[in-house]
Design a protein around this ligand. Structure first.
Ligand code: PMP
Length: 414
């Protein structure tokens, strides 16, 4: 018998299945962030585009040894199928992590997911039919918008300011949707160090938001992957800690440990978590069992709280470098946010400039960012861009802002 020959990749020009795909795929486009990956990752380009956490300083050798011992001693369990809701020990650990943010929760109400991204998917598939409305901040996390679109949901974005989503705008948006018979399924919000703006909801806003949710009978999905990464001031209470019946809370180990394990979770009111578990079972049978064992090993054997403090110190240095670089290099008329944690700064350029059409010139000048339009469902954001300070070194961040400043200067002179 002859062996099969290596296959060369064929790029089909015409897709023969074009009429066969489900309607829900029609709204899906390559995310602006993914489209940028290949250019932004060239070594000569300072990428202020991606949101990759910097995990270079994790004690990889010691983690490797602990994971080798895990496979040797408990591999038969760790490499086996597991529970659709997530392993009980993992759910227990997750409640300990959430306790750091003063969230009191029972492990029974936690559903483990493949990153918080999959928790978003499970929540959307559980609540939304095509045409339903999800409310989100304007702008909002591009990955969430993509998930919502995949379920043919109508995304209605609500104005935010430097203290978070504006309660009156929220009331008006809900009223407008309901007036035309639309079913508003939930408000999706990122209260801490929002992606993409870096804005944190003030305490007063959080209280108002919970009050509005009661007033309007609204469910809130609180996405909080950056919550433990406060780099300035005191952390504010999670919405879930203010209301345990109206809030589905999403968390993740991606930013406090490492994203490659793909472990996140949803904490949901009891009845909802039953549905989420069914959704998880139909999607994956069970979230990655090996990753749950690995993360549990890490949490047991390493000082994960000290690691979070180290992450905060590192990101504070990078945030400061970015703010310094922007102050030194941005032309008059540019403004930007001052994040107190997380990974992102949101830059607004003077009227008339367009971050999307400027991007090729920025990449030629060896700096990359994500154009603001990626974070809106309706094409707004052309004067904006998201700049992330998580991955490049402090020196590279400052150099990136210098290059960006020159590009914007040239743009203004054109
Ligand atoms: N939500 C937000 C706001 C994010 O920024 C991200 C990651 N960029 C996610 C969810 C998904 O993270 P993960 O799936 O790694 O937990």
């Amino acid at each position: 018998m002859s062996l099969p020959q290596p296959v060369t990749r064929r790029d089909t020009v015409l897709d023969p299945w074009i009429d066969t795909y489900a309607e829900r795929t029609h709204g899906l486009t390559v995310s602006a962030v993914r489209a940028l990956f290949s250019v932004a990752n060239r070594p000569e380009v300072v990428s202020l585009a991606g949101g990759m956490p910097n995990i270079a300083d994790l004690p990889r050798e010691a983690i490797g040894e602990a994971i080798a011992a895990l496979i040797r001693d408990r591999g038969a369990q760790a490499m086996q199928y597991g529970s659709g809701q997530g392993e009980p020990f993992m759910r227990e650990h997750i409640t300990e992590v959430m306790a750091e943010e003063a969230i009191a929760a029972h492990p029974d109400d936690v559903v483990v997911s493949c990153g918080s991204q999959q928790a978003l998917d499970l929540v959307t598939r559980t609540f939304c039919d095509p045409g339903d409305v999800i409310l989100a901040e304007a702008p909002s996390y591009v990955g969430a918008l993509g998930t919502f679109r995949a379920y043919q949901v109508q995304i209605v974005q609500v104005a935010m300011d430097e203290r978070g989503i504006v309660p009156q705008a929220l009331r008006e948006a809900v009223a407008a949707c309901r007036a035309v018979g639309k079913r508003v399924k939930f408000l999706y919000t990122i209260p801490n160090f929002q992606n993409p703006t870096g804005v944190t909801q003030s305490l007063e806003r959080r209280r108002e938001l919970i009050a509005v949710a009661h007033e309007l009978d609204l469910l809130i999905v609180e996405d909080n992957p950056y919550g433990l990464l406060t780099i300035e001031g005191e952390p504010l209470p999670a919405l879930r800690s203010m209301d345990d019946e109206r809030v589905i809370y999403l968390g993740s180990f991606s930013k406090t440990f490492a994203p490659g394990f793909r472990v996140g979770w949803a904490l949901a009111p009891h009845a909802v978590r039953e549905k989420l578990t069914l959704a998880q079972e139909s999607a994956t049978l069970a979230p990655p069992v090996f990753s749950q064992f690995a993360i549990s090993t890490y949490l047991h054997q390493f000082d994960w709280r000290a690691q979070i403090v180290a992450y905060r110190d590192m990101y504070r240095g990078r945030r400061d470098a970015m703010l310094r670089g922007l102050t030194e290099n941005m032309p008059p008329g540019c403004t930007w946010t001052h994040p107190t944690g997380g990974f992102f700064v949101w830059l607004t350029m003077p009227e008339g400039l367009d971050s999307q059409s400027m991007l090729p010139r920025a990449v030629s000048a060896r700096v990359a960012y994500v154009p603001g339009t990626a974070f809106y469902a309706d094409g707004l954001g052309s004067r904006n861009m998201r700049l992330s300070f998580c991955f490049p070194s402090e020196e590279r961040i400052v150099e990136g802002t210098r290059r960006l400043g020159e590009v914007i200067h040239d743009e203004l002179d054109m």
